[in-house]
Write a protein that binds this ligand. Structure first.
Ligand code: NAI
Length: 446
């Protein structure tokens, strides 16, 4: 559901009034639906490297309408800018300005995706400058695009080519309506691990997934999205949420596990249920989370401890059980829900931000532990998402929080779920230890 203001200014008199008064003009975003075309028009692949040629060939093999040169005034669904062979910041000029000439031809909800190399592995300062320059360029461009168009980037570690499974997986995610509320962000592909699905509409076929905190809100949306993508889903929530949890389990034809994740034996109970009822366990989504907001000056032990216990300590303990289990060894995937509060900070949320910053630290340090079993772990950091939690924020504060991002609207629980479903898929197997923000590119904070 789009908020009422966005509906009002999307057409007719509302559109004219917003334009005259210079008010925000968010558009209804093109979100993924099964069977939908990947992008709303032809894809222009720019760049002269071998990597660009190979990428264009891979997109053609997906039966997409691919251009290697702009056709004047043709509306474009996407521009893919391949910059994988930069030695110097001056090398940016030609490809970037040539892409710039096509920006006015982007269709509503179009995509710009850069494909470049990570600065961390650059052979020297000049190439590191060129590679890091793409970061600033892309984030600025994302703030300039209009009408639901977004700009995101893929950074490849050295030795990973532009058509490796997760480079193509990330490209497909960024091009599609699955990433509608992801803007101004990068994903790093660390290795050639991963595998593209036989059926792009069922990337999780045959997998068994556990989602915590799934009785409502973002967790329920994650369960529905993983089910849509082919997974068998176990939904977990506290016993007090039992009725809602059963309803979600029925709607995804999965099973329910009533469990407080902060219990000592939570990890063991999750493994036992998944393997006992469904024969395996491939994916764990740590979504359950709570807030107990107070300024730090007024913080008490109860508020501090309960937030840290549910939001980070429980995840660490469950992960220990997963890492020790023989039943979580076949390319396992963990995705954890962090928050932009844990990155940029938020007034009144020192406890929550400490726990969500903790999630990010945990994810980065756990990635190497899963590598030997070809597993991955990543975090998704949502910004302002339209849920029961954010509906309780007073009107004026909520309206400001909602508009202060490049897409000028709040995200939907499904937007977070789409990012999680991608990171839980084998197409993202070469992406690990990453934090992907689903925030429409929040304008405030870090
Ligand atoms: P919500 O409050 O609507 O749902 C959270 C669910 O987790 C509830 O069903 C609750 O019963 C369950 N839960 C809480 N403690 C539990 C425990 N000890 N054991 C098992 N289940 C437990 O919250 P929402 O908005 O859906 O958030 C989901 C996640 O997304 C949380 O981690 C939250 O911090 C995060 N998030 C939400 C944002 C938003 O704008 N709504 C923004 C950024 C992050």
């Amino acid at each position: 559901m789009t908020d009422k203001y966005t509906q009002f200014v999307s057409r007719g008199i509302g559109k004219d009034v917003a334009k005259k008064l210079g008010l925000p003009q968010p558009v209804v975003l093109r979100r993924y639906q099964p069977g939908q075309a990947l992008v709303p028009g032809p894809i222009l692949v720019q760049g002269s490297s071998d990597g660009a040629d190979e990428l264009a060939a891979a997109l053609l093999a997906w039966d997409l309408d691919v251009r290697r040169h702009a056709v004047p005034r043709e509306k474009l669904g996407a521009i893919v800018l391949v910059l994988d062979e930069l030695d110097h910041a001056e090398d940016l000029e030609r490809p970037v300005l040539s892409a710039a000439a096509s920006l006015r031809d982007l269709a509503p909800n179009a995509r710009v995706v850069t494909v470049s190399r990570t600065p961390a592995s650059a052979p020297g300062p000049a190439s590191a400058a060129a590679r890091q320059g793409i970061d600033g360029l892309l984030r600025s461009l994302a703030k300039e695009l209009r009408a639901g168009a977004t700009a995101n980037g893929i950074m490849l570690a050295d030795g990973v080519n532009t058509t490796s499974p997760s480079a193509l997986g990330a490209l497909r995610f960024f091009l599609s309506g699955r990433s509608a509320f992801v803007d101004g962000q990068f994903l790093t592909v660390a290795s050639g691990e991963g595998q593209l699905p036989a059926d792009p509409e069922k990337p999780l076929a045959g997998k068994v997934a556990v989602v915590t905190g799934a009785a409502r809100g973002i967790g329920a949306a994650i369960a529905r999205t993983l089910h849509r993508d082919g997974a068998t889903v176990v939904v977990v929530d506290i016993p007090a949420a039992g009725d809602h949890l059963a309803a979600v389990a029925n709607s995804v034809r999965g099973t329910a596990l009533q469990l407080d994740i902060s219990r000592e034996d939570a990890g063991h109970r999750i493994i036992e249920h998944a393997v006992g009822r469904h024969g395996r366990l491939d994916i764990v989504i740590h979504n359950a989370g709570i807030t107990r907001d107070k300024l730090l000056a007024n913080m008490d032990q109860g508020r501090w401890n309960s937030v840290l216990a549910v939001n980070i300590a429980a995840q660490l303990r469950i992960n220990d059980a997963l890492l020790a289990s023989r039943d979580f060894r076949d390319s396992p995937r963990i995705v954890s829900v962090a928050s932009t509060s844990g990155i940029a900070g938020n007034r009144g949320q020192t406890n929550y931000a400490a726990s969500k910053g903790g999630v990010i630290g945990m994810v980065r340090a756990t990635a190497p532990l899963l590598a030997e079993r070809h597993g991955s772990i990543n975090a998704v950091a949502p910004g302002f998402i339209e849920t029961e939690m954010t509906a309780r924020i007073p009107f004026a504060t909520r309206e400001v929080a909602r508009r202060l991002n490049s897409l000028q609207q709040g995200g939907q629980p499904g937007d977070v779920a789409e990012a999680i479903a991608f990171l839980a898929s084998d197409a993202a197997g070469g992406i690990t230890g990453e934090v992907l923000r689903v925030c429409g590119q929040n304008l405030v904070g870090a």
